[in-house]
Design a protein around this ligand. Structure first.
Ligand SMILES: Cc1ncc(COP(=O)(O)O)c(C=O)c1O
Length: 388
């Protein structure tokens, strides 16, 4: 029996493959330290779990409106207002099954088959596949190494009459980069000039380090807000990756179009998880502060350890929970590097090639300080053995 051309062109998620390999080793009794995780290691706070329990007991277990319940949209709008200063009404918000579904639906709503989506590389693994699933073509523009700044000349060169959307991800997975206001203003100018949608993925907005500040491209001016979809989720900020709730805020026509697609794909996001997300957004925020402090401490610690390691080239992360060093001077092939490190020292990283950046590796510090310390000891040994 034949399968579609679409699935032939969609590779499995490389990050999930690493997780499977790590689990296999752990089951075989090996002591593996994984820096592969794309999710906080903290538990979902109790007040959020209790809200879900209450929703179930109250019988809030039926279909909801396809684009989500109004109180959750209002809570998302209130959070955007307080963090970005932007106004959205519930008709300009769609709630989906995680940021991931919102992003995929947005690309489907913006693109016809053969249209182009500009994706700065390194990129989060799912963007190119989302574009392909919508029948669109991912067009990659390299970010400027070693800082991974936006290269506006490269963006302008990549724009064609078929360009429909540009994806912005700041703070970035995998680079940890936070784009400056200048870079975003330049990108906004280009998007307005060529009438291109901006899809901005801001799921790590709450995690910035030192003097860095999260700026949304939607805040550059009122005109760009009208052609931008701001995407966020409870997944990372409230340690709710399994609950699958995210949202997009944008112009009514785009949100309406996305709602029509979503209604047929999934009816609505899970009713109980919506109530839990409502509590996350409107309830006690102290768990977020605790998590943010822990990540800042881990970031400092892991950077200090990595800076001392031979052969690595490193940019300090400005946000999110990833370090993305260049290992190409030690081993050109990042897949071999990760395979050998896992086999020889039981440490799992994700090869940069998975993010369109050969020669790099992604190290997630969404794990305890003890695990980070042990993992860094092992990595140091591995690199010393390569050196000598
Ligand atoms: C940049 C980025 N966007 C979106 C997502 C997915 O978010 P969600 O779990 O809300 O679908 C992730 C998860 O790893 C991510 O790193």
């Amino acid at each position: 029996m034949k399968l579609s051309h679409l699935v032939e062109n969609i590779p499995p998620s490389p990050t999930l493959e690493i997780t499977a390999k790590v689990n296999e080793k752990k089951e075989a009794g090996e002591n593996v330290i994984s820096f592969g995780a794309g999710q906080p290691d903290f538990d979902t706070p109790d007040n959020i779990k209790e809200a879900a329990h209450r929703a179930m007991l109250d019988g809030f277990t039926k279909y909801t409106a396809a684009t989500g319940i109004t109180p959750l949209k209002e809570a998302a709008a209130a959070q955007i207002k307080s963090s970005l200063g932007l106004d959205y009404n519930p008709g300009q918000i769609i709630v989906g099954n995680g940021a991931k579904q919102v992003l995929a639906t947005a690309i489907m709503a913006c693109c016809n088959p053969g249209d182009e989506v500009i994706i700065p590389a390194p990129y989060w693994v799912s963007y190119p596949e989302m574009a392909k699933m919508a029948g669109a073509k991912p067009v990659f523009i390299p970010l400027e190494a070693p800082t991974f700044d936006l290269d506006l000349t490269a963006v302008e060169k990549a724009i064609t009459p078929r360009t429909r959307a540009i994806i912005v991800n700041s703070p970035s997975n995998p680079t940890g980069r936070v784009y400056s206001e200048n870079a975003l203003a330049g990108l906004a100018r280009l998007a307005k000039k060529h009438q291109i949608w901006i899809i901005t993925d801001e799921v790590y907005d709450f995690l910035v380090y030192g003097d860095n500040q999260h700026i949304s491209i939607a805040t550059i001016d009122p005109e760009i807000q009208k052609q931008t979809l701001v995407v966020n989720a409870v997944s990372k900020k409230y340690s709710m990756t399994g609950w699958r709730i995210g949202w997009g805020a944008g112009p009514k026509e785009l949100i309406g179009a996305m709602g029509r697609i979503q209604g047929h794909y999934t009816s609505n996001p899970n009713s109980i998880a919506q109530k839990a997300a409502l509590e996350a957004l409107s309830g006690d925020q102290s768990s977020v502060e605790i998590m943010v402090r822990a990540f800042a401490e881990r970031c400092k610690f892991i950077v200090k350890r990595l800076e001392k390691m031979p052969g690595l080239q490193l940019q300090k992360p400005q946000g999110a929970f990833y370090v993305f060093p260049y290992i190409g001077d030690i081993e050109q092939d990042d897949f071999s590097f990760c395979r050998d490190l896992l086999e020889e020292q039981g440490v799992a990283l994700v090869p940069g090639s998975a993010f369109g950046a050969p020669g790099y590796v992604r190290i997630s510090f969404a794990t305890s300080l003890e695990e980070i310390a042990e993992g860094m000891d092992r990595m140091e040994q591995f690199l010393k053995s390569r050196e000598g």
